[in-house]
Design a protein around this ligand. Structure first.
Ligand SMILES: [Zn+2]
Length: 674
């Protein structure tokens, strides 16, 4: 039998059931669960030991049980799984346990005003947060001890342990006391950036303490190296044994999943990575996604050599939805063909995009649109990229031909020094707008960019870039700009053009202001720094691209990047094809995943009306022909991996080699030897 590490096709049955309807869980049949899972090709099943209602599904002397659930549903499922070749592992929830929250309001988390906290999902209502720093933490560990002592499983998924300096700070008396023990002062009731940085350090401290307690409990019962954490892992990357995260396009953004996968894989740093996504069309809406969409998401996960865990929840009476298992089975059968090629592979990347976890947490996600926008440009230009983060800053920079540093408010001194050294030694850094306006303590730094001397915003409402590279636009509208003074040996790639006049009720009341006829300085420069170069945009150009999806803007960014970085391996394909690059045994494996989208749905808006978000699903795919992979080195061999036997042709064009692929429907992967 496979070990969990080798099980890529996983499922979780969410099991959150209240007690208010008599038919709830009246038709639970664990044998039927396992039968349907086996038929869908599922290799591992994350089984609920406890749900957000606080119901425990195994034998217990201390916990609340759902009155309609079988006595030991958890144990029954474990046995049935093992008998049918499926690996079962255990799910539990920490800070959402509604039964305990209602029975013990004194264990609940609260805000600075002592108001109790709750999480409202999109449809309203919400879970009440418990605080694990209260006596509830001890009760939870007793519950966990009962579970780990009574049952055998290879991994424990610990959900909902979510303290976050920006969005979830608890001010209960126990947290306040812990804070005083650590810092000797009172918890600040208003949190600016320095206070949020202190909170993040405080939180990492009690995370270490709590995970330490969980780990020693697990190892006391012969289970080691089996803790899985999820989402809010804090800013200390060393804690859990393996790492998971949810990712969903939700019909809105097809860059997000790849970015979240890369971030989670980076955080895991070689440990196992699990990616979760629902079989639901929207947030637990009990409506199954299209098979094509589920396949696209699954391929994306397997291409990065991560395990997939598809989220399902049975119907009210506990029965499974058969359409969900038809879709899951189809996605796993098709995408599963990729696993033997990507298993054990490592990322092949030439560009590293910088992401700072602490900055994201303490800045109300400022800069995040620039980070996602940068990933969108690179994804759509099919360049091989991965992330480099504050967790591994100094050690990994030299692995990349170029670093992209999108607008990042907080950059700690070690990272600044490492990036500066990287450039001075001959590296290339591509950056927009600001970096490091705050130091690692959250205090202000001098200037708005630690690599470029920019200090003040240009005080006006309308700005344009006039590109000096050949794109199909005379002007590109942008947001705020920083005043940039050209140096003698700068190469200027774009000029800064103001709006012709500052908008006001007297001077300009019609539509937008046009650009002025004269430029007033550089907006995009390549600047020498030591032996290296910095490509600098004085505005949020990546965020601008994320929000406009404008081809001329993407073309301009790409041409600017090509001035400082020449890709060694890349794909030429429509922007809706994702190219995911891995390396294994001296070969490069490139997965091409076709994100053929439907027409966006936007029914309620007429001309100039408010535009709600478009909703686009992948409902059908059609063959995409003419995709080529280019290399600056000789391509000696190329082989299609999924549609085996499909011909691919190696050719020469100027000083480049290329492979021309057969038309791809859905996805395929190619193995090349250079
Ligand atoms: Zn608390």
């Amino acid at each position: 039998m496979k070990t969990l590490k080798l099980a890529y096709k996983r499922i979780i049955l969410d099991y959150h059931y209240s007690e208010f309807l008599p038919e709830t869980l009246s038709a639970v049949d664990p044998a039927e669960y396992v039968k349907q899972m086996a038929e869908a090709g599922i290799e591992a099943y994350l089984v609920y030991a406890k749900d957000h209602w606080g119901n425990v599904y195994h034998k217990t002397k201390i916990s609340h049980k759902h009155p309609n659930a079988p006595e030991d549903l958890f144990g029954m499922q474990l046995e049935l799984c093992r008998a049918n070749g499926i690996i079962p592992y255990a799910y539990t929830t920490v800070c959402w346990d509604e039964h305990s929250a209602r029975a013990h309001p004194e264990w609940r988390a609260c805000g600075p005003d002592w108001l109790l906290m709750e999480k409202a999902p999109p449809q309203g209502s919400g879970w009440h947060y418990l605080c694990a720093n209260s006596p509830y933490g001890d009760f939870f560990l007793q519950q966990l001890e009962e579970l780990v002592a009574g049952y055998d499983f290879p991994a424990l998924f610990l959900d909902i342990y979510h303290y976050d300096a920006g969005t979830c700070v608890c001010y209960c008396e126990h947290c306040r006391r812990k804070w005083r023990q650590m810092y000797g002062d009172d918890m600040p009731e208003r949190m600016g950036v320095p206070e949020k940085v202190r909170y993040a350090r405080f939180r990492d401290g009690f995370y270490r303490e709590f995970y330490g307690q969980v780990n020693s409990l697990l190892s006391a019962h012969g289970k080691s190296d089996c803790l899985v954490t999820h989402n809010h892992g804090g800013t200390d990357p060393t804690l859990p044994s393996f790492i998971g995260k949810e990712t969903e396009p939700f019909g809105l953004d097809y860059v997000i999943p790849q970015m979240v996968i890369k971030e989670t894989r980076n955080r895991a740093a070689g440990r196992e990575t699990e990616i979760y996504f629902g079989r639901f069309n929207q947030f637990w809406d009990f409506t199954v996604k299209s098979k094509q969409l589920l396949q696209w998401e699954t391929v994306n996960v397997f291409a990065h050599d991560c395990a997939a865990t598809i989220i399902d929840q049975p119907l009210l009476d506990g029965r499974l939805d058969k359409h969900a298992y038809a879709a899951i089975g189809a996605a796993y059968a098709e995408a599963g063909k990729l696993v033997k090629w990507t298993q054990g592979s490592l990322p092949y990347s030439e560009i590293g995009v910088y992401f700072d976890h602490l900055s994201y947490e303490v800045s109300a996600s400022e800069g995040h649109d620039d980070f996602v926008g940068a990933c969108k440009v690179l994804t759509e230009c099919h360049l091989p990229f991965d992330l480099v983060t504050d967790f591994d800053h100094a050690s990994k920079l030299d692995e990349f031909d170029a670093i992209v540093l999108p607008h990042t408010p907080l950059v700690g001194s070690k990272t600044r020094e490492a990036i500066r050294q990287y450039v001075e030694n001959g590296g290339v850094v591509i950056c927009d707008y600001m970096a490091g306006i705050w130091n690692e303590a959250g205090g202000p730094s001098k200037g708005r960019h630690f690599l470029v001397d920019v200090f003040n915003h240009i005080p006006r409402k309308d700005n344009f870039i006039k590109p000096l590279l050949p794109v199909d636009a005379t002007h590109l509208r942008t947001g705020l700009m920083l005043a940039l003074t050209a140096k003698a040996d700068d190469e200027v790639l774009g000029l800064c053009v103001p709006g012709a006049l500052n908008r006001n009720q007297q001077a300009w009341v019609s539509h937008n202001t046009p650009p002025a006829t004269e430029a007033d300085g550089p907006a995009v420069v390549i600047r020498k720094l030591g032996k290296g170069r910095v490509l600098y945009f004085n505005t949020n150009i990546f965020s601008e691209y994320l929000n406009t999806n404008l081809k001329s803007l993407r073309d301009f960014i790409r041409l600017c990047i090509e001035k400082v970085y020449k890709a060694r391996l890349w794909a030429k394909a429509p922007s809706i094809v994702d190219a995911i690059y891995q390396k294994k045994d001296g070969d490069v494996i490139v997965t091409l995943n076709c994100c053929t989208l439907d027409r966006g749905s936007n029914a309620s808006s007429m001309l100039y009306g408010t535009v709600p978000p478009l909703h686009m699903n992948i409902n059908e795919t059609y063959p995409i022909a003419g995709i080529r992979l280019y290399s600056r080195q000789e391509i000696r061999q190329a082989e299609m991996l999924i549609e085996k036997g499909s011909p691919c042709r190696i050719g020469r064009e100027d000083d480049l080699w290329y492979v021309e692929l057969p038309a791809i429907e859905g996805y395929d992967a190619v193995k090349i030897k250079v």
